[in-house]
Design a protein around this ligand. Structure first.
Ligand SMILES: NC(=O)c1ccc[n+]([C@@H]2O[C@H](COP(=O)([O-])OP(=O)(O)OC[C@H]3O[C@@H](n4cnc5c(N)ncnc54)[C@H](OP(=O)(O)O)[C@@H]3O)[C@@H](O)[C@H]2O)c1
Length: 219
């Protein structure tokens, strides 16, 4: 992983093995990071992790909280699991809220960011993690399974990354989860891999959306 810096923003892109992640800075507002106020790297900063009621999202949210970030937990239907993630973070001395939002719904995504901003004053790290994996051989993939997966993984990711691009404070990070399925060529993963390839393509153009450079490395 490596960094390029300019006067206002840090750019970082990385691609990891499984899941792959691409990160860039987003800097829609001119607010100043407050990380220097505390000893932990996330002190004075806030993070939104979509799909963090369980799985990778929940683990990521807890790890961010351990680093001092206030975290907004997001879920689709698992209110109890999301509340438990919040309780776990608070019990460990962190700060967290949970907010239901279907990432496929732009208004709900806006409300998710609004809830985070109301609780924590702004956002510094956005992790577009919510995703679903509907796998089947092509002949057996249903329209409903295909449609729901594209809505969540492509439109949902776009909704989150767009809101993140508008709101993430200077020096922040925006991350989206890809998958090794893109290259694994599993017989049942065609549609899922296509949705993840679309998700992975989006951050590739971000350096052209902001001034400054981008560095990228594989690991
Ligand atoms: N697991 C892997 O091995 C692997 C490998 C590569 C990449 N990935 C990627 O990593 C991400 C997380 O995977 P995971 O295995 O941890 O997933 P998971 O355990 O199935 O959890 C999915 C999370 O996303 C939420 N979610 C689903 N649809 C949503 C929607 N429309 N709006 C908001 N939240 C929604 C779920 O909320 P509810 O609990 O409310 O349903 C849950 O919190 C996904 O993007 C996946 O493609 C996973």
């Amino acid at each position: 992983m490596s960094y390029t810096q300019n006067s206002r923003r840090n750019f970082l892109a990385l691609s990891a093995a499984a899941p792959a992640a691409l990160t860039l800075s987003g800097a829609a507002s001119a607010q100043t990071s407050k990380a220097s106020e505390g000893t932990l790297p996330g002190a004075g900063r806030a993070a939104i992790v979509t799909g963090s009621s369980r799985g990778i999202g929940a683990a990521t949210a807890k790890r961010l909280a351990k680093s001092g970030f206030a975290v907004t937990i997001n879920y689709l239907t698992s209110a109890d699991l999301a509340a438990q993630v919040v309780r776990d973070i608070v019990a460990a001395g962190g700060r967290a809220i949970h907010q239901q939002a279907d990432v496929a719904d732009p208004a709900a995504v806006k409300a998710l960011f609004d809830a985070n901003d109301k609780a924590f004053g702004g956002v510094d790290v956005v992790i577009s993690n919510a995703g679903i994996m509907n796998v089947a051989p092509f002949a057996q993939m249903t329209d409903e399974a295909f449609h729901r997966m594209m809505l969540t993984n492509i439109r949902g990711s776009f909704n989150v990354l767009r809101e993140a691009a508008r709101r993430t404070r200077d020096g922040g990070r925006i991350i989206t989860l890809s998958s090794t399925s893109i290259r694994a060529r599993r017989a049942t993963h065609g549609a899922y891999a296509a949705s993840k390839a679309a998700q992975e393509a989006m951050p590739d153009v971000w350096p052209r959306n902001w001034r400054g450079g981008v560095s990228r490395s594989m690991r």
